[in-house]
Design a protein around this ligand. Structure first.
Ligand code: ASP
Length: 343
């Protein structure tokens, strides 16, 4: 590439886009059209930066599937003209949004990097500048063969780049807010930017990029806890029009063996509801049949979520429901890695 890589920065909202008004002490939105004036360091990067901002930036607690489609549309409309994308969102639901985007864009051959911050960009001790500058630098990074280093949806926070659909927000106040226990960082920023090349996701050669926007959110997450009652489980599994459930089980995929619980699961499965067994642990994997407490669920045909995160399982379920697959195919596709989200 002779010219500088062209990066599109999309601001959807969140702390990163705030500055403190030191007179009033209040946080107010930062004008992304004046990005270079606010962060002159960006002029030192070897890239051209264009910015695009949601008309009404949102706190990421208000993120929903319409906003996911909106972000995908921004990427699709600008895909040919740009070499990389940096998406700024609040960190609270970033792992969900970034996981969803990883399914919604198939055969991605350019970097899409999510980042945000714990402190506003205008704060003296902010983590926003480093996160933003390095995310843009990674989005512009090219190999010796002049190909993009990153060709997957990823998440950059506090010196580490992760595969997005492997992340979870693990801390509400430390700068190191995210972790990915089942997959190593795909790049690390120290004195040098180091790419963990053996762990990068690559698109299928000669297949064009595809944008998927049909998501079905008629799903629920059912988190088990000791003492959970029949009423609670029944209320969730009999929700009208429910299509899928992410069942957050214990340890390696274990759940109560009481007949009322197993009967309710069986009835829901018979009604055609897809149920995926996902562990509540932030690391490790579901291993159906390892303990007696998962054998009945395995025999019933529950989907094995393996080492997927809840965030990713939920996004994958909405994505696959949008594909209207039959029951057998749904289970087998769910259990197969589509974007490196499970082993
Ligand atoms: N509440 C904010 C949000 O998620 C926190 C952040 O930006 O990190 O939008």
């Amino acid at each position: 590439m002779t010219s500088k890589p062209k990066i599109l920065l999309i601001y959807t909202g969140g702390t990163i886009g705030m500055v403190k008004d030191y007179k009033t002490n209040a946080l107010k939105a930062f004008d992304f059209n004046h990005l270079h004036a606010q962060i002159p360091e960006l002029n030192l990067l070897h890239c051209q930066i264009e910015t695009l901002s949601f008309k009404e930036p949102i706190d990421s607690s208000n993120m929903n599937i319409d906003n996911w489609v909106k972000i995908v549309n921004c990427i699709e409309e600008n895909y040919e003209d740009h070499d990389g994308f940096v998406i700024l969102t609040g960190s609270d639901t970033m792992a969900y949004t970034a996981s969803a985007l990883s399914f919604m864009i198939e055969n991605l051959n350019k970097p899409v990097i999510f980042t945000g911050s714990q402190l506003p960009i205008g704060d003296l001790r902010t983590d926003a500048k480093e996160n933003l500058i390095t995310a843009i630098q990674i989005a512009s990074a090219r190999t010796d063969k002049d190909e993009p280093e990153i060709t997957e949806v990823s998440l950059y926070f506090e010196y580490k780049l992760y595969r997005a659909n492997r992340t979870t927000k693990v801390n509400a106040e430390q700068f190191e807010a995210f972790n990915s226990l089942n997959y190593p960082p795909i790049a690390e920023s120290g004195v040098h930017l180091k790419f963990n090349r053996a762990f990068l996701f690559r698109p299928t050669p000669n297949e064009p990029v595809k944008f998927h926007k049909e998501l079905d959110n008629r799903i629920a997450v059912l988190k088990l806890f000791p003492g959970i009652t029949k009423e609670v489980v029944e209320a969730i599994l009999t929700i009208k029009d429910l299509q899928g459930v992410v069942l957050e089980t214990y340890g390696s995929g274990n759940a109560p063996t009481e007949p009322w619980f197993l009967d309710l699961l069986k009835k829901a499965l018979d009604k055609g509801i897809h149920i995926a067994d996902v562990t509540q642990c932030i690391g490790g994997s579901v291993i159906l049949g390892q303990y007696e407490t998962s054998v009945a669920m395995q025999n019933m045909g529950l989907i094995n979520g393996k080492d997927i995160t809840t965030e990713s399982a939920l996004a994958k379920m909405m994505y696959l429901l949008g594909k209207k697959l039959d029951k057998k195919r749904f289970k087998s596709v769910f259990e197969t890695s589509l974007r490196g989200e499970l082993q």
